[in-house]
Design a protein around this ligand. Structure first.
Ligand code: NAD
Length: 479
């Protein structure tokens, strides 16, 4: 078999120890890989590169398209960008996949039958990093959800379920509140789900869904979520299997993929040969499947399961009376290597397909809608009362743009506001064309010119549009 080139980063903290253990195991199992090592993380940050990665490292990643990455330490303080976010975005790794499995009775857990895969959207949502301070009191972070972004991740989740013999895909959103952004994610889930009638599908509001996941995880199989919920709940899911130290994850893109443990660099454990390499090893198992070495992945996974069953445990999993031996990182690796070729007795053995089934997601249908500009929200920075700003901004209206409502943090405060509503220094003033007809950018400029002449501090505007006649904005609470 020709060797597959992969890029490896040993990372920081416990990274080098667990990477060495992982590579020793997969090479002993016969992985056909050509390793290119790159340096990322703390040392690179401290050399003054705020992204934590050298330009030359990107060349290796673009060449191999496969990245096995140990955890890194992000230095405290502003000015350092998260390398994980940079890598995911730069390489277009849109899907984060985390299998969360319990290994009862060998690893303590309240959920002995748990076997859930979290598929998290990786590029959008509140993680777009577009944040502003707009007034003395108010900050905002934009939540960006796109139709292609939703389609890619939702289709990936269904394809993953199909390829891995999974029976159900569940979607978590908060679309009862975020009707447009999370609403789109849910809508795309329903649309794409209709193409997979053989797979059971359901939607939960994320809050009660999260509660159910923490309480009864075996009610779920594959769960697909927008970025923020997925970030939080994939850690919860991994933790309730018994330990975050045991889970690996894959970050998948159209051409590149990155594999890692879900835990961090555990700096306090660094250099002691104590850390559990299992999370990174299971990340490497996903990598072997990805590069078409499923037979080796099966061998490694089963040898690892047998080691757990034999009670050979690192300190984080070790339990007096139940475990047999407490071992170091390198002795754990040796124990796994000794068991290559063996299968677990009680735990469910792995049996991966020999060939990898690449999930190829193409966005073909990108409809363009007829967009009509029908109004504008003007945001003001103003220190004062609603009944003062209301008439002042209303007087700025033009023949084409009349004030409809003023809201503060989304709640209507003028006209006919309630004295009890707490107001900050951030006001959203909605202007619409009185007969619902289209306006032009010039109409907005005329309005803004009046706002400026009135001495009001406008901090931004947001256009109000209809798309094929459907309202493209939500109403203010109370509007
Ligand atoms: P952490 O995951 O490193 O550690 C949390 C706890 O789990 C610690 O008690 C640690 O000792 C233990 N632990 C983690 N991995 C273990 C393992 N393999 N074996 C045994 N015990 C293990 O989280 P943290 O302390 O919040 O973060 C430390 C650093 O890691 C930070 O700089 C953070 O930015 C970084 N981090 C990196 C990644 C990544 O590179 N993917 C992810 C998360 C955090």
């Amino acid at each position: 078999m020709a060797k597959t080139p992969i890029t490896v980063a040993y990372g920081d903290g416990i990274g080098p120890e667990i990477m060495q253990a992982t590579l020793d195991i997969i090479l002993a199992a016969g992985a056909e890989i050509d390793i290119e090592v790159i340096e990322i993380g703390e040392k690179v940050y401290l050399r003054g590169l705020s992204a934590g990665i050298e330009e030359s490292a990107w060349d290796s990643l673009r060449r191999t398209k496969v990245f096995l990455k140990a955890p890194i330490t992000t230095p405290q303080g502003s000015g350092y960008k998260s390398l994980n976010v940079t890598t995911r975005k730069t390489l277009g790794l849109y899907a984060n996949v985390r299998p969360c499995v319990s290994y009862h009775p060998y690893v303590n857990t309240k959920h002995p039958d748990m076997d859930v895969v979290i598929v998290r959207e990786n590029e959008e949502d509140l993680y777009a990093g577009i944040e502003h301070r707009q007034t003395s009191e108010v900050y905002q972070c934009l939540k960006i959800i796109s139709r292609p972004g939703c389609e890619k991740i939702v289709r990936y989740a269904f394809e993953y379920a199909k390829n891995n013999g999974r029976k159900k895909v569940t979607c978590f959103t908060k679309d009862n509140i975020m009707k447009m952004t999370d609403g789109l994610f849910h809508q795309v889930f329903d649309e794409i789900g209709a193409e997979y009638p053989e797979i059971e599908q359901e939607h939960w509001i994320v809050d009660i869904g999260a509660a159910k996941l923490a309480d009864t995880p075996n009610a779920f199989d594959v769960i697909v979520m927008p970025n923020l919920y997925g970030d939080i709940l994939s850690d919860v899911a991994a933790q309730i299997t018994g330990s975050v130290g045991l889970a690996g994850s894959a970050n998948i893109g159209a051409s590149c993929a990155m594999f890692e443990a879900i835990h961090g660099s555990a700096p306090r454990r660094a250099g002691q040969n104590l850390a559990n390499p299992s999370g990174l090893l299971l990340g490497a198992v996903m990598m072997l499947n990805h590069i078409g070495q499923g037979g080796i992945a099966t061998k490694v996974h089963n040898a690892w399961l047998k080691t757990l069953e034999d009670g050979i445990h690192t300190y984080d999993v070790y339990k007096e009376g139940e475990s047999k031996v407490k071992v170091s990182t390198s002795d754990f690796a040796k124990a796994v290597i000794e068991r290559i070729g063996q299968k677990p007795g009680k735990l469910k053995a792995a049996d991966y397909p020999k060939e990898s089934k690449k999930i190829d997601i193409k966005i073909t249908n990108r409809p363009r809608y007829k967009k009509d500009l029908v109004g504008v929200d003007v945001f003001l920075n103003w220190d004062g009362e609603a009944n003062v700003i209301g008439p002042k901004i209303e007087a700025c209206g033009t023949a084409q743009l009349r004030l409809v409502v003023v809201s503060n943090r989304g709640v209507k405060v003028y006209p006919n506001g309630h004295a009890e509503t707490f107001c900050t220094d951030h006001w959203r003033c909605r202007f619409e064309q009185p007969n619902g007809q289209s306006i032009t950018h010039n109409d907005i400029l005329e309005l803004l010119s009046n706002v400026q002449k009135a001495g009001l501090d406008f901090i931004k505007t947001e256009n109000l549009c209809n798309f094929d006649g459907q309202r493209g904005y939500t109403l203010a609470q109370g509007q």
